[in-house]
Design a protein around this ligand. Structure first.
Ligand code: FAD
Length: 487
């Protein structure tokens, strides 16, 4: 016998929980199923020891959200959470192989509009990073004829603004956000608004200015076009899950969903099946939201959409069978350090590392400098830093660094002496296949599913694009759309 619900949501990441929250607010009793032992997906918190017998909750997944749209801030306030700004000192970039020809260097990142692309090369903070020759080359963009947008962000930036902008600004910033070499990032997937602005203005600098001037962007320091939540981003998923439960729904964990089919008899709708330990789960509902990552989502959707319906340019039969990893195998190392030398935040809120630099970490967040809510909970001289390892396209799984390696990388990136004996606690959080950019063909598949399968919506980063702003906005719109379709 299958359980009956008003809606079943597959996956309790942010996408699934936001969908469940909106369905609950509309009066539906919602069942959310997730394979993990906690809700939230890649938004997760845990506690660390900070000395003096105290513990503090920290984020070990997403820790901020982009403020280019108000969607996440609005949602947080709706849930009664307090939105907070990061420290204004901004982030730094680290580049260089550490050789005579290419010495290692750390530079404060200037104001940029998006993905490290400056709005003008002549702002003093930009010129300091680019040098006169790099700034002059970037400035040429304004006089160049419009050129077609290539498939690679690196090629686009080099073509329009020159190699110095790529190496010193775009590689560390875009690499930090997408965990990938800009050569592998398609501008249409990672910066669709920038591409649209470029198509209008014919200049990459002008396009970047348009975005920087957009409402809500402000003329901000890198890393400050984001906001956080007092107490950590994990508070958002906890509040969403609590609200769904108190509205008569249920967030059921430890259930791996493996079947989705139309129910033709009785009330019709959808039947979801899954396994929970040695048992099985079956639930039926007129509405279903698929909020799983790409591979399990496509495994469920492919039989419903039919393999004979390829996307333009896609080989017949390939839909749903492409399970290639587009993401990175991320290891996030959290270090709690007794290090008064970090009180001055020597690298502001953190460091983005350009590919090819002489440290294996691809980025460092000085979390206790970035977030005052965290700083205020730590004993004097104690700091929390997060280092991330693993870039998209790396053929092998990321080998987790030892504590000694992580401390050595932190010392190099922060430009201060640090020793493993200063570590009060450390965490190694593994995020396999994380941060895969959304592909246009995937968006088309999700639209196709929503259009052709009544009562079904597809949400999540593989459709919306990486990041909470993209995922929350798309989930809310998709659920709204499903209601309109009805059964
Ligand atoms: C280390 C890291 C740092 C990040 N930092 C930021 C940041 O600072 N700011 C930002 O905006 N974004 C950040 N992101 C990206 C952001 O977290 C994601 O884009 C977003 O949370 C994705 O949400 P989602 O619901 O689409 O997917 P997910 O969070 O991946 O959720 C999918 C859920 O599906 C479940 N699931 C999978 N298979 C099954 C199955 N068969 N049955 C049942 N359940 C299943 C999983 O357990 C998971 O809970 C970060 C990501 C990572 C990994």
């Amino acid at each position: 016998m299958a359980e009956r619900w008003d809606a079943v949501v597959l996956g309790a990441g942010v996408g699934g929980l936001v969908a469940a929250f909106d369905l609950s607010r509309g009066g539906a009793r919602v069942l959310v199923l997730d394979a993990a032992d906690r809700p939230g997906g890649t938004v997760a918190g845990t506690t660390v020891m900070v000395g003096d017998g105290r513990t503090v909750a920290v984020d070990v997944g997403a820790e901020s959200f982009a403020t280019r749209t108000p969607v996440v801030g609005d949602l947080a306030r709706e849930l009664g959470l307090t939105v907070v700004d990061p420290d204004l000192r901004g982030a730094w970039a680290y580049a260089g192989a550490g050789t005579d020809d290419d010495p290692a260097r750390a530079l404060p990142l200037p104001r940029t509009a998006t993905l490290g692309i400056p709005t003008t090369p002549w702002a003093p903070d930009v010129r300091r990073v680019l040098g006169i020759a790099g700034a002059v080359r970037a400035w040429w963009d304004l006089g160049m004829a419009r050129t077609p947008v290539p498939d690679s962000l690196a090629a686009w930036v080099t073509q329009r603004l020159g190699p110095t902008v790529l190496e010193r600004l775009v590689a560390p910033v875009a690499g930090g956000i997408h965990s990938a070499d800009p050569a592998t990032l398609d501008p249409r997937a990672v910066a669709p608004q920038l591409v649209a602005a470029y198509e209008k203005t014919g200049s990459l600098l002008r396009a970047a200015s348009t975005l920087a001037d957009a409402p809500g962007r402000g003329n901000t320091k890198p890393g400050s076009a984001v906001a956080g939540i007092d107490g950590g981003m994990h508070r958002l998923v906890e509040a969403l899950a609590d609200t769904v439960s108190s509205a008569g729904g249920e967030v059921r964990l430890g259930v791996r969903v493996d079947g989705l089919e139309r129910v033709e008899d009785g009330d019709g709708g959808w039947r979801v099946t899954g396994t929970a330990g040695a048992g099985t789960v079956a639930a039926e509902a007129p509405r279903v939201v698929v909020a799983l990552p790409r591979t399990p989502a496509l495994a469920l959707l492919a039989p419903l959409l039919g393999p004979e319906l390829p996307e333009p340019g896609e080989a017949p039969g390939s839909r749903g069978s492409d399970t290639s990893r587009g993401g990175s195998d991320v290891r996030l190392i959290t270090l709690v350090l007794r290090a008064p030398v970090l009180d001055v935040a020597p690298r502001g809120t953190g460091v983005l590392v350009a590919p090819g630099a002489d440290v294996r970490a691809k980025g460092l967040t000085h979390a206790s400098a970035k977030w005052s809510w965290l700083r205020s909970q730590l004993p004097d001289g104690v700091h929390v830093v997060r280092l991330s390892y693993g870039r998209a396209g790396d053929p092998e799984p990321t080998v987790p660094p030892t504590v000694e390696e992580a401390v050595a990388d932190a010392a190099r990136l922060l430009g201060v002496p640090l020793d493993p004996s200063q570590v009060l606690d450390h965490l190694d959080t593994h995020w396999p296949d994380a941060l895969a950019p959304a592909r246009p063909a995937d968006r088309a598949t999700a639209d196709d599913a929503a259009h052709r399968l009544p009562g079904l919506a597809v949400v999540g980063a593989w459709v919306a694009g990486t990041g909470l702003a993209a995922v929350v906005g798309q989930a809310r719109a998709a659920v709204e759309g499903t209601r309109a379709v009805g059964r």
